[in-house]
Design a protein around this ligand. Sequence first.
Ligand code: HAM
Length: 439
Amino acid sequence: MTQSQKLTVKPYRGTRDFYPEHMYLRNHMFNIMRSVAELYGYEEYDGPMLENFDLYAAKSGEELVKEQLYHFVDRGNRHVAIRPEMTPTVARMVAARIGELPRPIRWFSFPNLWRYEKPQRGRLREHWQFNIDILGSDSVSADQEIIEVAIKIMLKLGADKKDFCIHISDRRILMYFLESVLKLDPSLSAPVCRVIDKRAKISAEDFNRMLIDIGLSNGQIDEIDSYLNLTGKNLSDHPVSQSEGYAELNKLLEGLANNGMDSMCKVDMSIVRGLDYYTGTVFEMYDLSPENRRALFGGGRYDNLVGLFSKERVSGVGLGMGDVTVADFLQTHNLLPKLNPAASVHVALFDENSRLSTSHLANILRSAGIRTSMQIESARLGKQFKWANSKQIPVVVLQGPDEKAQGTVLIKEMASHNQRVVKEADLVSAIHQLLNLDV
Ligand code: HAM
């Protein structure tokens, strides 16, 4: 590269720079997610961004590992992967303290995850994902709690009940269908599930061809088609109503209805989930607006993941909610938050001689909990007011030599241009009043 050639300012493909306004949105979403998780008694955890490659090779699923995983051999010859999801990490962390953690374990986290995907609406290479999981409970009440948390988050983000829907199914029903109704060889179940998971993204011809390639007959494919189109209503007449999964699904729906959540949920047998470790309930949430085709979140129950590390069986259920898809939802439904100014008050600097008293004034305001910026460079007052305006700071405070001599301060409201002089001792209460803050 020559001197005249400059490096690109663009971030790596499929990743984003978070300028303050983007960070503001991310924090808005995460603060709501965190507050709802804490309301249900969950605790925050985190883990490393690098994990052993084997952690994902074992259970995450073919597409994720073969096509999307970022992995490399480190300087010590270890095969390392950048985490594409958080669930294997949470299983590993729980297994490491298996004897100590009181159960159920209710945990949440906000990892950034990496997947080598083709960047498109709702899909990037780096995204942040709110993860919430309960481990150590087999009860369907745990599945219900996770779904409830997700619904409460959507409502707190401002969503209308009619704007989204959680599609729910159960892998045990699908397994019963494939192995006991269709009498497929169990070794074919996983490949068939993978094709079913792709169904919404491929043509009917490709779907049929992929199943034929696995070894299914046309008759079996027709049966799969009608199974996938079953709704909650006609499920009870189908042979799968004999399965354990069907009974559990009904209990889950009953629990959700009991808490007034059923109108935002529906049974959808085509929900399978792409990750291999799910063993029971599986669900995904969709925006009902056609612009956003990607699931806002997905999750389910996994019974054998902790067993990769420990002899003890610890079942878990949880979900991952992506920042990209949630932000798309908020934008589509006009729910983006209004950007708050970084400071409520800007303290202007009259001249170099007043620097120390100005700094003192700014600290009086900060001690009272008022977000305050202070002019650092000497500049014309007009320029200082203009800067405050450009940052949408609603109030500017100034103490020149005259005000200083009289123990007063000038307060200017930027929107109305009103200004008044108050005693220094009354500054905090005057600002509180102006900003409508609690004293
Ligand atoms: P997942 O379905 O792979 O599940 O991802 C969950 C959510 O993360 C998706 O619904 C989507 O909102 C978001 N997401 C996934 N990949 C991307 C991407 N490339 N770009 C933007 N957003 C994305 C899991 O990861 C499971 N580990 C979730 C889980 C937690 N299951 C149990 N506990």
